[in-house]
Design a protein around this ligand. Structure first.
Ligand code: SER
Length: 316
């Protein structure tokens, strides 16, 4: 453990903010270098450096300077933002991955983590209990980049023995960090608006059921996958991971337990088509069998914990 030196690229985003905290708690603040092109969302308890995920020389300098042997690459454009600039999304999502995979192939890194997404699936995928191995014909540039990236991870593992591990995250919900550019972000915004305004207009319509997960489960799952013995990590594309599934009106009903007058409206926009192309629920039996994954939070427990933390934060 003492020789573990971790670099998180994209540490100022929704996952990075909480993952850095989780890694620092487990491995010590000085063993985790956070880096991003943007300033951090929260005060840093360990080293932070500005870095561009597409600048190979810059990334290599950080790795050399800090003796890094493990990288979590989180920099990416998410589904909704990527549709606004497909060419740049492809460039960022792919180039950053190649840089890290190449550094690992050259022997500079022992382990790499790279997130994939339920966005690898598309309209032709079975929507309920989507299996680990199934049809994946994504219709978003984000999904195309994640599916291609999974293929490259698998290739670098098989051909060069690179120890790269990955999870297909569902929509992630947390109170410590702000999401940005995702189709599932409404499930975070709803809390902020419910607490501040008593109402929220969802950009997804009623009945839009999507797979979701509470951030503490996602962070624990990520670190558990990275801590699993290499021979237990059998899927070298990316693992399906499930928490719970709900539609906007179902999370609204849970919020109403805390704020009885809460009103939910709907004004679907271009994100509706993205959501409609994705699964409703995910089969994660491979992750459970291979490395012991098990979620802790269901919808009600997540909502209770979000409210318990956000109400004092937003109301003062
Ligand atoms: N939460 C992500 C998004 O909506 C899915 O990976 O883009």
């Amino acid at each position: 453990m003492a020789d573990r030196r971790i670099l998180v690229i994209g540490s100022s985003g929704q996952i990075g903010t909480e993952l850095v905290e989780g890694l620092r708690e487990r491995f010590g603040a000085d063993h985790v270098v956070a880096s991003d092109i943007k300033e951090p969302q929260v005060e840093q308890t360990g080293p932070f450096v500005m870095a561009n995920a597409m600048d190979r020389r810059g990334i290599e300098r950080i790795i050399d300077k800090h003796g890094i042997n493990e990288v979590y690459l989180l920099a990416a454009l998410l589904s909704a933002t990527a549709e606004k600039d497909p060419a740049f999304a492809w460039q960022l999502n792919m180039e950053s991955l190649f840089i890290v995979l190449e550094l690992a192939r050259e022997g500079k890194l022992k382990k790499v983590y790279w997130p994939s997404s339920i966005a690898v699936f598309g309209p032709t995928t079975p929507k309920d209990g989507t299996p680990q191995h199934t049809i994946a014909e994504p219709t978003t540039v984000y999904g195309i980049s994640k599916l291609a990236g999974e293929g490259w991870c698998h290739y670098y593992h098989k051909r060069y023995g690179v120890d790269v591990r990955s999870i297909r995250y569902p929509g992630l919900i947390g109170w410590k960090s702000a999401p940005g550019g995702g189709t599932t972000d409404y499930a975070v915004h709803i809390f902020h608006e419910a607490i501040k305004q008593g109402r929220y207009t969802s950009f997804l319509g009623p009945g839009t059921t999507l797979p979701m997960m509470y951030m503490p489960d996602a962070i624990r799952g990520t670190i558990e996958l990275m801590e699993a013995p290499a021979d237990r990590v059998k899927e070298r594309t990316s693992y399906n991971l499930a928490g719970f599934s709900f539609a906007p009106e179902e999370i609204a009903a849970e919020v109403k337990r805390h704020i009885p007058d809460f009103v939910l409206d709907h004004a679907p926009d271009q994100r509706q088509a993205i959501a409609d192309s994705w699964p409703r629920s995910i089969d994660d039996s491979a992750a459970r069998a291979d490395w012991g994954w098990k979620p802790e939070y269901d919808l009600a427990a997540m909502v209770d914990d979000m409210m318990a933390n956000l109400v004092p934060l937003l109301r003062g």
